[in-house]
Design a protein around this ligand. Structure first.
Ligand code: 3H9
Length: 702
């Protein structure tokens, strides 16, 4: 669009002139994605510049907070309307006047491909450039895998494309991805650069004209690395294949093949799953419609109760985000050891270079320790992280009710206990909620923000706001035992135990779930956490276990033999001095004896049954969470499981995975297991039956 006409929608690309330099200004919020209007606008702007003899060079730049962040993800999965992005790229390739990309914010995916097809690139010092398509299960389809290696070399290009890792302007300049960093106003500097480019020896320098030498060893290494680090994901290997084409085929032929690979991947279940996760991450961050208008309470100061591992981890999260933190404990020894633990974690940050000594000093300087509740009177947010013991927690909440200032938000970090019961210990249940961090709290990105029955809207909004400030992926959910993650996990753990007494070894179950895509099998994980800890959780829930669950006392038997997991050299597995695990015949014998005592005849298991019983049990519980209103929709569940429990993102989380399998199949399998294992464990939830019967899914209306 060329002219400004305020009676019609704002043009996505504005064409302007500054003397002999034309500007194609992309103005398409929120992230200047390459939607139809942008593609059209760019072609029109390039046409105008080509026609105008007074124009000697063109600068492409963006309004708003960023350069082009990529193809428009919202257009994926729909038939694409011409002009296609490839036409814009071809136009740039054939353009007879120098074109300069002026980058601020992020040039990502198609955005960087647009810039790479320009003759020159200048960037703001804070800009980042990258090809993150792999994270959406696809690969750069507009020449990115061909041009980037020609500019920065194979090694860095492979890293950026296969890992989807963007780089900053300084690194981009050093490696040739950009040609200059703006020292002042980006637009003015880009125009000056354009004029200067005109007098260069080769003003129309094109990345495509460079040749890249093959390097088979590098490709082999990249492949081995991708298989290991991104196990089960298809896109990384296809990215490598596409980059390899740059060393094997003429440019145009390779680019055509790259596009075909990109389009094929976009249609793959993995890409659909990863795009679902991208959208769900953003969806769960938005407040529910019912809470619209609830402003978060201002939080400037924070306090944490309980100087244990969780409390210290939460304190680190708060310190890292800039809050002054008071950490309350019962003894000076426990507080000193928490301070030492926090200091050690910061020390390792300084050693690794992720933190400066000044930052460390600043953070530790904001940490106060105290044994007196009276010191918490001015905290805006108080997070309780004491032992999972209801009596102890009740006492803490009564004390907090006495000292917390009016309007302070009081949150419990419990993972299983009743948030509403704790709220009732105070005279201000509207101010009480849950903030469930995962261990190690300073590392794990997931945060379950739990709204109790009486939690007020602005307190819920405050939790989400604080979660964002802490850099967490936060979900807002309702209260129930175990919340989303642990409640569903308990069903998977139950099935793992049942299958062990029916004849599957722990390593057999672990392998099936590892092959499914979990980073670690549940038994290897339990050994890491400590079987005594797992047993304590089981005991805390003992009242609510079924008779079969109680009788399936494998954990009790292991702990009774001193098998506490890695820390004692043996748990489900045995461990050598380097904590390398191997199957243990003693455990096999224990399981055989257990089965015999329970009158169960052991049998063989295949992967399908192991995966179905573990994963479908979770899906069924997830459906119940939706029915009960604990979550508003399946998105929260998929985010909890992919961000906090290692569910492979390329399968989209349990609920999306169930949709991809097809709910009728899931329903039928649940019914089958309801017969063989027990209706109390596998009776399909009414929601699954209803959706499956009408051919719908959790995410689709059929
Ligand atoms: C590609 O380019 C393929 C090509 O090679 C193919 C050629 C043939 N499209 O994240 P935010 C929306 S694949 C449409 O909250 P931030 C996002 O949904 C693409 N919409 O902000 C949200 O909207 P809403 C490769 C997009 O500041 C809003 O923008 N590119 C796109 O925290 C704000 O987003 C990528 O993978 C898009 N491409 O982070 C980059 N991107 O509120 C993906 C964002 O309605 N994007 N939106 O939900 C990002 O990494 C981050 O969004 C970015 C900003 C860093 C840009």
């Amino acid at each position: 669009m060329m002219t400004d006409n305020s009676s019609v929608a704002r043009p996505a690309v504005v064409y302007e002139k500054r003397g002999d330099v034309a500007l194609a200004i992309i103005d398409h919020p929120p992230v200047n994605a390459l939607s139809l209007a942008v593609r059209k606008g760019l072609l029109e702007a390039l046409d105008s510049a080509a026609r105008d003899d007074g124009v000697r060079a063109v600068v492409i730049l963006c309004r708003g907070k960023t350069f082009v962040a990529g193809a428009d993800i919202k257009e994926f999965g729909r038939p694409m309307e011409p002009p296609f992005f490839g036409e814009v790229i071809d136009r740039l390739d054939a353009f007879a006047k120098p074109v300069i990309a002026a980058i601020h914010g992020n040039a990502l995916g198609g955005g960087l491909e647009l810039a790479l097809a320009c003759h020159w690139r200048i960037a703001a010092p804070s800009a980042r450039v990258g090809l993150p398509e792999v994270k959406l299960g696809t690969l750069p389809g507009a020449g990115g895998t061909q041009r980037l290696p020609r500019l920065v070399g194979l090694e860095l290009a492979l890293k950026m494309i296969v890992e989807g890792r963007p780089i900053g302007a300084a690194e981009a300049l050093k490696n040739g991805a950009i040609d200059a960093i703006a020292s002042g106003d980006l637009e003015a500097d880009a125009i000056a650069f354009a004029r200067e480019a005109l007098s260069r020896e080769n003003p129309l320098r094109r990345a495509r004209d460079v040749t890249v030498a093959p390097d088979p060893i590098l490709f082999e290494r990249a492949e081995a690395d991708a298989r290991k680090r991104q196990r089960g994901a298809e896109a990384p290997l296809k990215c490598i294949e596409a980059v390899r084409l740059a060393t094997e085929l003429p440019f145009d032929e390779a680019a055509k093949r790259e596009y075909a690979l990109c389009i094929a991947l976009l249609q793959s279940p993995q890409s659909k799953a990863l795009r679902h996760i991208f959208a769900a991450e953003r969806e769960v961050a938005k407040p529910p419609a019912a809470m619209a208008g609830a402003a978060p309470r201002p939080v400037k100061t924070a306090a944490v109760i309980g100087p244990g591992v969780m409390g210290a981890g939460i304190a680190i999260c708060l310190l890292d985000a800039g809050f002054p933190v008071s950490l309350l404990g019962r003894s000076s020894a426990s507080l000193e050891s928490a301070r030492a633990r926090i200091g050690k974690i910061y020390d390792s940050g300084v050693t690794r270079g992720t933190l400066t000594a000044e930052q460390k000093a600043d953070r530790l300087g904001r940490l106060k320790t105290t044994q007196s509740y009276d010191d918490l009177g001015d905290a805006d947010l108080i997070i309780e992280a004491v032992d999972e013991d209801m009596a102890v927690k009740r006492e803490v909440f009564r004390a907090l009710d006495r000292v917390a200032k009016r309007g302070a938000v009081i949150a419990t970090n419990t993972s299983f206990l009743d948030v509403d019961a704790l709220a009732r210990e105070t005279g201000r249940p509207g101010d009480v909620a849950g903030m469930h961090f995962f261990n190690p709290a300073n590392v794990m990105r997931l945060l379950e923000n739990v709204r109790g029955a009486q939690t007020s809207d602005d307190v819920a909004a405050t939790l989400m706001d604080v979660g964002k400030r802490l850099g967490k992926t936060s979900v807002l959910i309702g209260a129930c035992e175990g919340f989303v993650g642990n409640r569903m996990l308990s069903k998977r753990s139950r099935e793992a135990l049942f299958m062990m007494e029916e004849g599957a070894t722990p390593w057999r179950i672990d392998k099936a779930l590892y092959d499914f895509g979990f980073p670690l099998g549940p038994h290897a994980l339990a050994d890491m956490a400590g079987l005594d800890i797992v047993l304590a959780t089981r005991r805390a829930r003992y009242d609510r276990l079924t008779p079969r669950e109680r009788a399936c006392d494998i954990i009790e038997q292991l702990v009774a033999r001193g098998r506490l997991g890695q820390k004692s050299g043996a748990g489900y597995y045995k461990y050598d001095a380097n904590r390398k695990s191997s199957p243990d015949p003693e455990v096999e014998q224990l399981l055989r004896d257990h089965a015999k005592a329970r009158g169960i005849v052991p049998r063989a298991f295949d992967d399908a049954e192991i995966v179905e019983r573990c994963v479908y049990a979770m899906v069924n519980e997830g459906a119940k969470l939706i029915e009960e209103g604990v979550v508003r929709r399946p998105h929260e569940i998929d985010i909890v499981w992919t961000h906090g429990f290692g569910f492979p993102a390329h399968k989209g989380g349990p609920m999306f995975y169930a949709d991809q399998i097809g709910l009728p199949r899931v329903r039928d399998a649940l019914r089958r297991y309801a017969t063989t294992v027990g209706a109390e464990y596998f009776e399909p939830s009414p929601l699954i039956v209803r959706l499956a019967d009408k051919g719908a899914g959790f995410y689709s209306n059929g």
